[in-house]
Design a protein around this ligand. Structure first.
Ligand code: NAP
Length: 249
């Protein structure tokens, strides 16, 4: 079976590193992005040149159902039947306490971090499940150690959205386990990406690193390697499980 992977939010950070590694592992790759067309096209060009793999960049706001449908239909037409989904796109908002958060912010966080994981999983299952004539597949949800740690004083809303993703991972894994679909999650933390600027503190990982048992932040490539292992046949008996990538926290 040809291997086809869709990675949401792959124009930068963990998603971009996963797209690059997936191409090296023989996948045809769909790089989804929201706004940054130039960076998404650059990832695709680099994949084609260095891995010689098939790759496309597709703009879609994965919080919007119509965009998600168009995204999956584009993958169907241009790459073939999806065998792997990485639910990765996510956002942070400026650090603040819960007693300062308003309803508009909470809606943005849950609509951007949680709803897309459900919508994309739904479309993937309709193509992977033997219930619909599919040949199986694997889904990895990019959660966060924040789901365990809570992000007090920074973004408890974000942490709560990731807690819901952990629950989705467990429930969905059991729902589709007999349909040849595995569903797992990674829980990174303190990874050097641009998301921390969006939270209002570009240097956050360096501020925190002395309190991490391994005394350093992580790289997007270290997260990508765990994602690719969970998607691979080497993880064939793993479903509903989590890999924590937080330097010991
Ligand atoms: P990042 O560098 O900020 O990249 C986020 C990506 O998501 C970008 O490609 C962005 O696209 C895309 N995106 C955002 N909203 C989208 C939407 N509605 N539709 C489609 N694409 C959307 O983030 P990252 O640090 O790599 O994080 C990736 C995932 O890992 C997130 O789920 C995050 O919560 C999780 N995580 C990160 C860390 C960390 O320390 N970095 C720790 C734990 C968990 P554009 O660039 O086109 O806007």
């Amino acid at each position: 079976m040809d291997k086809v992977i869709l990675i949401t939010g792959a124009s930068r950070g963990i998603g971009a590193a996963t797209a690059t590694l997936a191409a090296q592992r023989g996948y045809a790759v769909c790089v989804n992005y929201l706004k940054n067309q130039a960076r998404a096209e650059a990832i695709v060009a680099q994949i084609k040149t260095t891995a010689g793999a098939k790759a496309i960049a597709v703009q879609a706001d994965v919080s919007q159902e119509a965009d998600v449908l168009r995204l999956f239909q584009t993958v169907d037409m241009e790459l073939g039947v999806i065998s792997a989904l990485v639910n990765n796109a996510g956002i942070l908002e400026t650090q603040m306490r819960v007693d300062e958060m308003d309803a508009a912010r909470l809606s943005r966080i849950f609509a951007s971090n949680l709803t897309p994981y459900f919508l994309c999983a739904k479309e993937a299952i309709k193509r992977m499940s033997n219930r619909y004539g599919g040949k199986g597949g694997a889904i990895v949800n990019v959660s966060s150690a924040a789901s365990r740690l809570g992000s007090a004083g920074e973004y408890v809303d974000y942490a709560a959205s990731k807690g819901a993703i952990d629950t989705l991972t467990i429930g969905l894994s059991r729902e589709v386990a007999s349909e040849c679909i595995r569903v797992n999650a990674v829980r990174p933390a303190f990874i050097y990406t641009d998301i921390h600027s969006d939270g209002g503190e570009a240097g956050r990982v360096d501020r925190i690193k002395s309190s991490i048992p391994m005394q350093r932040g992580g790289t997007p490539q270290e997260v990508a390697q765990a994602i690719m292992w969970l998607l691979s046949d080497e993880a064939s008996y793993a479903t509903g499980t989590f890999i924590d990538l937080a330097g010991g926290r």
